[in-house]
Ligand binder design. Structure first.
Ligand SMILES: [Zn+2]
Ligand SMILES: [Zn+2]
Length: 280
């Protein structure tokens, strides 16, 4: 069996007439047979696609042929089966909904996974700030990171106040693939934080290069897998809601009026018919 890969990418770059690009790109993806989700806006592109190795190689090669995207960075992950069922190319106002009115020129400096690993090895005085939502950091995060309790990225507005005592401390923000940190880091700087860095390529780049080091638990992803391993020797940091054994397996409660996302081991998933503790 040929292995299944995903490739995630983004770039803030002015796209003129994104609707024209959308039509062509959707037809192209369908022809190539890749599945996934791509958001386009006048401010850029953000997407994850999946397919076999040949398809992903071709997609990446074709995308960087377009001058607009020539320096785009791809982050690959492995999957057991196609984690997307459809091909969606959508037009949006923002390529990640943030509602943050920032100037991207103020974004934090990049720190590479290698530089971050070195700084952590040396126990440098820095703070890791998770720019993701609470249900993402719940199943996995950098050790000792600050994980704000936000439900969507739009709530990131609350974060400067929560961490105001760190205005002069070195802060490294991180998210899944890096895109949220572009605006989050700029927002922090515009709110008086002096020493802001952002992890280049996010968790995905970091765990590709340094699995089983400073990232604990699983990495949440926005596709059918919900979480992916962050090394070959990963310990879950969460527990099954029913039987309390370690598990990082998210499911949505089958009770439609509940639909709560919760941690459930495979055994309890069957035993309790895909329902959460409040609904059994
Ligand atoms: Zn269980
Ligand atoms: Zn429920």
């Amino acid at each position: 069996m040929q292995k299944i890969l995903t490739s995630s990418f983004y770039k803030y770059v002015e796209i003129k007439e994104p609707e024209k690009f959308q039509t062509k790109h959707l037809a192209y993806c369908k022809r190539l047979g890749v599945k996934g989700k791509i958001h386009l806006a006048e401010e850029g592109i953000n997407g994850t696609i999946s397919g076999n190795e040949t398809q992903i190689d071709k997609y990446e090669k074709d995308l960087i042929k377009n001058k607009l995207f020539k320096n785009i960075q791809f982050k690959r992950t492995l999957a057991d089966k196609l984690p997307f069922r459809k091909t969606i190319v959508r037009l949006r106002k923002e390529i990640v909904s943030s509602g943050l009115d920032v100037n991207l020129k103020n974004k934090g400096k990049y720190i590479t996974p290698k530089e971050l690993k070195k700084a952590l090895d040396k126990k440098e005085d820095l703070i890791l700030l998770d720019a993701r939502n609470d249900y993402e950091s719940f199943v996995g995060k950098f050790k000792n990171a600050i994980t704000p309790k936000i439900k969507t990225f739009k709530e990131f507005k609350k974060v400067p106040k929560l961490i105001s005592r760190f205005k002069n401390t070195k802060i490294v923000t991180y998210c899944t693939g890096g895109i949220r940190c572009e605006k989050a880091s700029a927002y922090l700087k515009e709110n008086g934080f002096k020493n802001i860095f952002q992890l280049e390529g996010g968790i995905l780049s970091y765990i590709n290069q340094f699995p089983d080091t400073y990232f604990e638990g699983l990495c949440f992803v926005f596709d059918d897998r919900l979480t992916i391993p962050t090394g070959s020797n990963v310990k879950e940091i969460t527990y099954c809601m029913h039987c309390k054994t370690p598990s990082g397996r998210y499911i949505n409660c089958k009770n439609i009026s509940c639909d709560e996302m919760f941690i459930c081991c495979e055994k309890c998933d069957l035993n309790f018919k895909h329902k959460c503790r409040d609904c059994i």
